[in-house]
Structure formats: structure tokens, C-alpha cells
Design a protein around this ligand. Structure first.
Ligand code: FAD
Length: 439
């Protein structure tokens, strides 16, 4: 009899991890609080589409589900910046043809991975089972009207994880929740009268406006989903822009070119909810050999690097690596996963917060543009050693903590050159001395 594992949460990461576990010969029951989105029309929660990049793609490939996802992926080659006067310019993400990120529907991805996991005979998803609590000492899961025994528990129950809370209760894990004072609201740019995209479909559109921004990602049905990231409170905020008249005035002042693009602007703005965002840090992601958290349950991050799901998928691949390496010794698998991944979770969480400022503000800053030009030049000259930070995050699988370290070092060298502290030849010399080859 294969060992039976129990998982909570059939969002993006849970069913992917269950597919890996099933490949390793385990049987997995996943308890999910929602209805089955494949049978009832309900939102997959949060953003309608997501940016998928290298880390996520590698895990999807490794487990064999990528071929089902690929036909629905829409490449985005860079950021299309929309200025206040309606002018646009493209800032490419990378220099190579393959250096693109992909827009993908969250619901499609979730449904496809659930189907894939269930196609393996030993994975079962049990819907409408909200977990209320866990007794880790007695190995008991507490649902609304029943209790269930478990042997080993995997928590992929997202940012408000009950498994994380229960671990933290029996053995504090340094849990911190840092709410962002900006929230988000989704709006739609439908296809035009001929059924075509109303803007370039091969880029991620950004309207950076300093303290806030609007972004838009393409969908396969030729629409775009826009997300307004905006302060929750204050003079210009979700709480102050709260009536039809104010909404139209605000958009006419800051995003004039979107008035034509979003025909149902007023209705959508009034009716669509404001999503809250926060970052979750924990210093340990497991309890003995009994329970492990991964994905957003372990490291919910703000969405400005497009990495939350990618990081969660990479978690699955790394857990799998340790299951093979430690041959089913769960004590070692859980503790090594936690030791290795916690610093990476913290690093991507910090970079995601930093990237919000870059996206909503710095992309328009001449210093930022200059740095970007130099980064590309250095990458062409030192292909193996110098990889821009955005590229390390999105187009490699290098641990995020190493990306963070190298990113800071690279930024320091470039700034020393721009401010005249070092010459170009000294810059080249320092790159050769301080940056080991990574590709
Ligand atoms: P989730 O997908 O949240 O799944 C958790 C599951 O657990 C859910 O199905 C939930 O119903 C279930 N659950 C929760 N509590 C219980 C309970 N008590 N009992 C039973 N079931 C429970 N990431 C990217 O990589 N690229 C992007 O472009 C991107 N854009 C984003 C945009 C926005 C606005 C937001 C908010 C996030 C974005 N993310 C993005 C992050 C991404 O959505 C998450 O990182 C990803 O969903 C994490 O997967 P998960 O399975 O860990 O959690």
C-alpha cells in the first residue's frame, strides 16, 4: 500500500505537487474549500490572468503537463509604457528571442493542472471541505462537521493558510504579515468591433503614474484584463474615488487613453471588488516530519514581479528533488526544503516589493533607462557573467537569494560607473573579478 498523504488546497500549487507525489508512488487526498470550478461557473479568485515564466514553465515541463498549457500561453516581449499624453514605447524584457514571459488564464491553468493530477489514479480532490483547524499533536484535521486523521500533511492552502497557523501555534515559525497600503481592482478592455485586440497583444501594458499604476495583460479571447493598483486610503485612493463622476474625472486626468478602451469603466469600477495585498514571511516552513507548507501558504508575495505562482511551482520541483535525494525520509525532506527555500522566499518577497516602485515610477526615470541600457550592453559583452536582475528572476532558475545578492552587486557596479567613480575598463575588470559565470 502506498503511503497516503493529505493536502489542503487545490489552487495552483497543490494539484501540481500532488502530481509529483503521485509520480513518486504516493497516494494523495486534497481537501479544497471551494466548489469544483470545472463544474460550476465561479471565479478562480484573484487575478484573471497571470504572467508565467521560466521557473513555472520548468516545473510544468518536468511533471509533463506543459504540453497541455502551452497552446494557451500568450507571449509578452516587454513592457509597453503609456505616458500621460497617450504616447507608448516598448521596454523589452530581454535581449534574446526566447526571453519573453507569458500571459495565461488562471482558471484554465488551475483546471488543467487539477485534471492532470486526477488523471493519475492515486490523486483525489475532495471539494467543499473548508479546513477549520488542525491538531498537530493528535494528527487530526478539523472540518465543519467531521474530523479526519492524517499521517503527513501538505499545506498549499494559500495566503491565509490554516496549516501555517497551526504550525505556528505549536512551534512558532516567525510568522509576519506585512499588508501593502495599496490594493487592486480588475477592469476589462474587450475586443474591438471586428473581434481584434485593441492594443498590441505582445506586451504587458503599463500606465505608470508615480504613486499608482494601471497594467493590462492580454487574454486568448482578444480582450485584456487591466488591474489598477491604487492606495487604499488618501486623497487619490480607492476610498476617495468612489462615485461615477469622480471615477470618470480620475481616469480622464490620469489614463485618458483608456476611456475609449474600457467601455464599462464606471460599472466595473463600482461593482468589482478591491483586492488586498500583503507579504508573508516565515522562518520555517515545516513541523517535524508531519507537516509542510509551500506556495503562498509559506511565502505570499505582492504581485509586482509576476513570481508568486512561479515561485510556488518551483517549490514543487524542489520538494520532488528532495524526495528523490532523501529517499522518502520525511524528516530530512521537510527540514532541507525549509532550510533551502526560506531565504529564497524572503528574497523574492523583497524583490517583489521593490519592483512595485520600479513599475509604477522608475520606468519613466532617465537614470533607470540609462541603467537598463548599460545592463544590456554588459550582458552582451559578458554573456556568462552579467545577467540583468529581471532576467535572472524571469528567465533562469537561479535561487532567488543568489539573484538578490548578484543584483545588488551589479547595481552597485553600474552606479559607480554612471556617477564617474570608476571608468569603463575598471567596470569590466570588476565584473570579471566579482561575478562568477552563471550560464
Ligand atoms: P492559491 O492559488 O491561493 O490556492 C490556495 C487554495 O487553497 C485555494 O484553492 C483555496 O480555496 C484553498 N484553501 C484556502 N484555505 C483553505 C481551507 N481552509 N480549507 C480548504 N481549502 C483552502 N503569480 C505569478 O507567478 N504571476 C503573476 O502574474 C501573478 N499575478 C498575480 C496577481 C494578483 C492580483 C495576485 C493577488 C496574485 C498574483 N500572483 C501571480 C500570485 C499567485 O496568484 C499565487 O502565488 C499563486 O496562486 C499561489 O498558489 P497556491 O496554490 O500557493 O495558492
Amino acid at each position: 500500500m502506498p503511503e497516503k498523504l493529505t493536502m489542503i488546497g487545490a489552487g495552483l500549487a497543490g494539484p501540481l505537487m500532488a502530481s509529483y507525489l503521485s509520480e513518486r508512488g504516493y497516494s494523495v487526498d486534497i481537501f479544497e474549500r471551494r466548489l469544483d470550478m470545472r463544474c460550476v461557473n465561479q471565479s478562480a479568485g484573484r487575478s484573471i490572468n497571470l504572467a508565467l515564466s521560466k521557473r513555472g514553465i520548468e516545473a510544468l515541463k518536468e511533471i509533463g503537463v506543459y504540453k497541455l498549457i502551452k497552446p494557451m500561453m500568450l507571449p509578452m516581449v516587454g513592457r509597453m509604457i503609456h505616458d500621460n499624453d497617450g504616447n507608448t514605447h516598448l521596454q523589452k524584457y530581454g535581449q534574446k528571442k526566447s526571453e519573453v514571459i507569458y500571459s495565461i488564464s488562471r482558471a484554465f491553468l488551475n483546471k488543467t493542472i487539477m485534471d492532470y493530477a486526477e488523471s493519475k489514479n492515486n490523486v483525489k480532490i475532495i471539494f467543499e471541505h473548508p479546513l477549520i483547524g488542525v491538531d498537530l499533536n493528535q494528527n487530526k484535521l478539523i472540518f465543519k462537521d467531521k474530523k479526519k486523521q492524517f499521517e503527513r500533511l501538505f499545506g498549499s492552502d494559500g495566503s491565509s493558510s490554516k496549516i501555517r497557523d497551526s504550525i505556528n501555534k505549536v512551534q512558532p515559525i516567525g510568522y509576519r504579515n506585512l499588508p501593502l497600503d495599496h490594493g487592486y481592482k480588475e477592469l476589462t478592455i474587450p475586443p474591438d468591433a471586428e473581434g481584434n485586440y485593441r492594443m498590441d497583444s505582445k506586451s504587458l501594458h503599463i500606465w505608470p503614474r508615480g504613486d499608482f499604476m494601471l497594467i493590462a495583460l492580454p487574454n486568448i479571447d482578444k480582450s485584456f484584463t487591466c488591474t489598477l493598483f491604487f492606495p487604499l486610503n488618501g486623497k487619490l485612493s480607492f476610498s476617495s474615488i468612489n462615485s461615477g463622476k469622480k471615477i470618470m474625472k480620475f481616469f480622464s486626468s490620469y489614463f485618458p487613453d483608456t476611456i475609449e478602451l474600457i467601455p464599462d469603466l464606471k460599472e466595473e469600477y463600482v461593482n468589482n471588488p478591491v483586492g488586498k495585498l500583503s507579504t508573508i514571511y516565515c522562518n520555517r516552513w515545516h513541523f517535524k516530519d508531519k507537516a509542510l507548507i509551500f506556495g503562498d501558504a509559506a511565502h505570499a508575495i505582492v504581485p509586482f514581479f509576476g513570481q508568486g505562482m512561479n515561485a510556488s511551482f518551483q517549490d514543487c520541483s524542489i520538494i520532488n528533488e528532495f524526495i528523490i535525494k532523501y529517499d522518502g525520509n520525511w524528516d530530512k525532506i521537510f527540514s532541507h526544503f525549509s532550510d533551502v527555500q526560506v531565504p529564497n522566499g524572503h528574497a523574492i518577497a523583497d524583490m517583489a516589493i521593490e519592483n512595485y516602485i520600479e513599475m509604477r515610477d522608475s520606468v519613466n526615470d532617465p537614470m533607470f533607462i540609462k541603467r537598463r541600457e548599460i545592463e544590456f550592453e554588459l550582458e552582451s559583452r559578458f554573456t556568462e557573467r552579467f545577467v540583468p536582475r529581471y532576467s535572472m528572476v524571469s528567465f533562469t532558475t537561479i535561487p532567488y537569494s543568489e539573484v538578490y545578492r548578484r543584483g545588488l552587486l551589479q547595481l552597485g557596479l553600474i552606479d559607480n560607473y554612471i556617477t564617474g567613480k570608476i571608468s569603463k575598463s575598471a567596470l569590466y575588470e570588476q565584473i570579471k573579478n566579482q561575478l562568477d559565470p552563471i550560464r
